[in-house]
Ligand binder design. Structure first.
Ligand SMILES: Nc1ncnc2c1ncn2[C@@H]1O[C@H](COP(=O)(O)OP(=O)(O)OP(=O)(O)O)[C@@H](O)[C@H]1O
Length: 290
């Protein structure tokens, strides 16, 4: 037995090559682990998950063909692999674009304050937060439908172009007036950048999510669709129920309270992710109460 163990160690352990592991290698392993994890998360949360499953099926099929030496299938697979790779990039262009934009959103550079040094950290003022919250719930009370997109890091210029250009300060009166029935600007969505309403009657992409409730009409689908393709916070006021809902990152929360909406807006109010609490009682942020 002892001889067997000695032989085993001599053969497999003694002759094995153990590379020396330095700090750089550990950092490298950590970076690769994080990147692989992020890619897996991205695959899981997008249509790429279906692509991966399709590719796995194809892989098994090719393996099967290889085991049984099916030369024609192997030849076809080899020839079409490049075409399939290009097709995947074309089909998943929106998801790939979103993933790259998300990477940009992380704004690592602004955290070390090299590039954003001169930019104001605040996206919009408390007045804008209060104005949006007030307008949404006032419209909800009288069942006026509305769709409001609050821009974050990703610029929404291409969606602005689908509507009528405006440039006015956000206020509850203006928002209510825009969405008033039978007025020229009431259809479509309003886009807000900072403290300004940049355009109205904008057309937003509809979500093709099959799992969302059949009760949702196109206004809610457009809110969800928009939140899937960019980082904006999208607010919907239902004409049918008067409920206010919020969509962000492909998730729609229905029937929110003014406090909830205010808090969500405060969460995106600062570029570096700072957020302050919103208090409904005074319609202002809690830090201002002091
Ligand atoms: N793609 C879109 N982009 C922007 N606005 C849209 C889009 N699709 C629909 N809308 C807006 O939604 C309105 C129609 O809403 P619809 O009744 O279909 O939706 P809903 O989700 O059931 O909302 P509601 O509860 O208010 O009825 C349109 O008049 C238009 O203003």
């Amino acid at each position: 037995m002892q001889r067997w163990v000695t032989l085993f160690f001599d053969k497999y352990i003694h002759e094995s090559y153990f590379p020396s592991v330095g700090i750089t290698d550990i950092v490298e392993i950590l970076i690769i682990a994080v990147v692989v994890y992020e890619i897996m998360l991205w695959i899981k949360n997008t249509k790429a998950w279906m692509l991966l499953r399709g590719m796995l099926m194809l892989g098994f099929f090719i393996l099967f063909a290889a085991i049984f030496q099916m030369h024609t299938i192997l030849f076809l697979a080899k020839e079409s692999i490049n075409v399939l790779a290009i097709a995947a990039v074309v089909v998943f262009q929106p998801e790939l674009r979103r993933a790259l934009e998300k990477l940009g959103e992380k704004n690592l550079l602004s955290n070390i304050n090299l590039f954003d040094k001169n930019k104001e950290n605040q996206r919009f003022s408390d007045e804008t937060v209060n104005g949006i919250v007030k307008a949404c719930f006032d419209m909800g009370r009288v069942k006026t439908g509305a769709l409001i997109v609050v821009e974050q890091a990703i610029h929404l210029t291409e969606y602005e172009k689908t509507g009528i250009e405006l440039d006015c300060k956000v206020s509850p009166q203006v928002l209510i007036n825009i969405f008033e029935h039978n007025t020229p600007l009431h259809d479509g969505a309003v886009i807000i950048r900072g403290n300004r309403i940049t355009s109205a009657t904008c057309y937003l992409p509809l979500s093709d999510n099959m799992q969302i409730s059949k009760d949702f009409g196109t206004r809610h689908r457009a809110a969800l669709g928009m939140s899937e393709v960019c980082d904006a916070l999208v607010i919907v006021v239902s004409e049918e129920t008067g409920q206010v809902s919020v969509a962000m990152g492909g998730q729609l929360v229905r029937g929110v309270t003014p406090d909830y909406l205010g808090t969500r807006l405060c969460q995106i109010q600062y570029r570096n992710g700072d957020s302050k609490k919103f208090s409904l009682r005074k319609g202002r942020r809690k830090d201002e109460d002091a």
